[in-house]
Ligand binder design. Sequence first.
Ligand code: LHQ
Length: 258
Amino acid sequence: TVLSALEAGVLRLTLNRPDKLNAFNEEMHLALRAGFERARSDDDVRAVMLTGAGRGFSAGQDLGDRDPRKGGAPDLGRTIETFYNPLLRLIRSLEKPVVCAVNGVAAGAGANIAFACDITLAARSARFIQAFAKIGLVPDSGGTWSLPRLVGEARAKALAMTAEPLDAETAASWGLIWRAVDDAALMDEASALAVRLAAGPTRGLGLTKRAIQAAATHSFDEQLDLERDLQREAGRSADYAEGVTAFLDKRNPEFRGR
Ligand code: LHQ
């Protein structure tokens, strides 16, 4: 249910239930989580690229598994606690760049997983839908956190309460994603970006991710202190030494991710 391939330092994870627009069932959750766990523990992985097979990115939770006529009142909190929250925590806490290539519709949790990645590109034909409102639910997978931060409360509430589809171009102009690109160019562009990041100073990039995410809960003073601490750490990396040496020698650096 998830294709996994490591090439040029990029672990490419492809959601692979195309008949269901890559809706999440338990098996796909576990497979995707295993991919991100590998990204965390395998030093050969220096960036992740997440995308979907077929014409959709992900339609969110598989509602075929959720027929209310079959069985009693479900505890959705348990599903969130067991499957979605661990995945979102892995993505956000992974100190390596996560590129997301939204190849088609991203609905419900599918949209909010895309917004949780570090650099998200989308095909011009892709749409983002906070589908939760259509079935009486609350945006999950971090959506109630990321939407207001990325686009402000006014747009966040309208997106979440109307469940109107948002096209990729508008998503980019609102700051929900990095860029909308031509459908035919999406995979090449996202792959090239992931490969470039994977060849980068992985420690420095990981610490940068940590710092920017920490800003959400920090005062300016706390953030200055954090920058001091993280810069100290980055300054001890071999990649920093290589970066400065390469600059002084007027050549391109060869980062090793250490
Ligand atoms: C699907 C799905 C799907 C199963 C398309 N499930 N089959 C967390 C915790 C616990 C419970 C609940 O939820 C959550 C978080 C959430 O993610 S809630 C939000 C769940 N997702 C949705 O409500 C989206 C439902 N899907 C749609 O609204 C449409 O399919 C979209 C707008 C995504 C795409 O529309 P179309 O391009 O017109 O495609 P389609 O509707 O024809 O779908 C193609 C096939 O995929 C179709 O199957 P079929 O056998 O008829 O060809 C759909 O049934 C299936 N599919 N989404 N979530």
